[in-house]
Design a protein around this ligand. Structure first.
Ligand code: PEP
Length: 255
């Protein structure tokens, strides 16, 4: 089965609205019709989503927007939170959940990730579920066990039909923002284990259709070795997504 590669830029807490409009316009200006063969997704901060989407719609380019987080309740007394219907209304197609920064800095648990995944799927937004091990877990030789347990927890109570459009991003914590990338072999090994877990949960056909991304200091200099791995279907990009020129090179490495 051929899967459509995905390049998703996680802008994290970077770019004011004015700056986000400039970066989105810069990326849109680089757009080439060949990009239609890749799912290109920009994930700016919440306040930038609508302005970014407006630029992309105006330019009629096939680039999606995604959020970096969401709350699982549709509305209510949850100060500071954003709901699935709010994201849906402004045209978000994807939403990152379980990013390691949210897990480690903001106490996001596997249970919360699971609730968010269910709410997103019910609301018609594809979750990008982040999983990944710390250096201590890797050094203890427990990477696959740890990462696959995160995958199982994220998809608990979700069936194959519901899961089929979800994306998993394998992001070793020790490689995020550190300049240290997993070798293509290390990344492939874990992404293959993730896919085997998805097959166990949802059957082989569904698992073969789901995208598994790599994230962690992916950049133009190392993308080629990663993207050609059989179980790596693209990237979740932090730093290198903040410049149109490097993001373009990452997208085009998928073609
Ligand atoms: C990320 O935060 O999802 C990420 C992969 O960041 P970076 O590319 O900067 O390592």
């Amino acid at each position: 089965m051929t899967r459509k590669n995905m390049m998703a830029g996680n802008w994290k807490m970077n770019k004011t609205v004015a700056e986000a409009v400039v970066l989105t316009q810069d990326i849109s200006n680089q757009y080439d019709p060949r990009w239609e063969d890749v799912d290109v997704v920009l994930c700016p901060p919440f306040v930038d989503l609508k302005p970014a989407k407006t630029v992309l719609d105006f330019d009629k380019v096939k680039i999606s927007v995604g959020a970096q987080d969401v709350h699982w309740e549709p509305e209510g007394a949850y100060t500071g939170e954003i709901s699935v219907p709010m994201l849906k209304e402004i045209g978000c197609d994807f939403c990152i959940i379980g990013h390691s920064e949210r897990r480690t800095l903001f106490g996001e648990t596997d249970e919360m990730v699971n609730k968010k995944a269910k709410a997103l799927i019910a609301g018609g937004i594809a979750p990008i579920v982040c999983v990944g091990e710390s250096l201590a877990v890797r050094d203890a030789g427990e990477t696959e066990e740890y990462v696959c347990a995160q995958v199982r927890a994220a998809f608990a109570g979700i069936d194959a039909v519901e899961a089929k459009d979800a994306v998993v991003a394998y992001e070793p914590i020790w490689a995020i923002g550190t300049g240290r990338t997993a070798t293509p072999e290390q990344a492939q090994e874990v992404c293959a284990a993730v896919r085997a877990t998805l097959a166990d949960l949802f059957g082989d056909e569904t698992a073969q259709g789901m995208r598994v991304l790599y994230g962690g200091s992916m950049k133009p200099e190392n993308v080629d070795g990663l993207i050609c791995q059989p179980d790596i279907d693209g990237g979740l990009i932090g730093g290198a997504a903040l410049k149109a020129s490097s993001f373009k090179q990452l997208v085009e490495a998928c073609l």
